[in-house]
Design a protein around this ligand. Sequence first.
Ligand SMILES: [Zn+2]
Length: 361
Amino acid sequence: MKKYLKIFLFGTFIAFLLSGCATVPTQENIATYSIGGVAYYPLASLCDLYGVDMQFDTFLRTAVLSKNALHVSLRVGDALVLVNDNIKQLNWPIDIYQGAIVVPRQFKEQVFDFLFKPPVLTYRRPTGAKIKLRKVVIDAGHGGNDPGAIGRGGLREKDVNLDVAKRLSVLLQAAGVQTVLTRSSDKFIPLSIRVDIANRSGADLFISIHSNANPSRSLSGFEVYYVATSVSDSERAILTARKSALNLKNAVFASNALDLRTIVWDMIYTNNRVESIGLSRWICKIMDSNIDANILGVKSSRFQVLKGIRMPGVLIEIGFLSNSNEERLLKGSAYRQKLAEGILEGIRNYSFDMALVEAGN
Ligand SMILES: [Zn+2]
């Protein structure tokens, strides 16, 4: 084994001499090696920088990188890597330089910058302030004796929703964001309880995951909903008035408080709605390049669960179980992972400005 390794290292060394490698410090003070024109990074330095734990098996020349619930397995000389249980194909293999494992730029970008990224997700509020995304509520639709839609192949919506929700939760946690799942098992949770969980959580965003069904079996695709202006301003004022009258016993202050409450509620409601449009737009934009499915786009709806939440939120219909091709795709873990990764990237790129442009304000 030792002899083999020596020959291997010597061989790689010669290969480097021939390819003319150079060491250039990057902004992050990590050395970069150019191997055959491709930028490579020392794996150990990346692990240090991103707080990733590395276990190396010298005999098999394999390494497992771990952070939170995320595990990435790789082997020297191989361009295939395992992300949890999903295979990813790199364009260049993992290599060895000066006795240390080095990974191509693509690996740094897709694994470290995308999955192990230390700076947590941030987004800009309507006020212009850039804040750290702290907590996200993930709502897996249906559950228990409510299976949701059922595909002809027998795939049940409640199961797909929960699996994608859990995958998204793992990815968000790996990006340093806390997650709250309205359900983490096959359990029936009424909509009002889901709304309650969301509102009590103090989360920044709400993501509800559903799968679609339609009598037309040819219909397929991915779509994102934000809440429609379900009640008119006057209706909302009456609703607020009713609530305020119940809450405020002191009649002297009731009328002033009532006006203020209406105004504040309107401001929050409008901001949340515009933020939800921005988030919807980004999730669709990212998903367009992440999956092959039709992107049916951003729509508004009076979904009960979206109406009750007091934070920006979207309801994602990840695909049609009534379409046999999409049911087959949704059965596979690779497709579910792509969906979760696309939603994560949508959140990462989430921009309030985009919503303003789209809403025509
Ligand atoms: Zn559903």
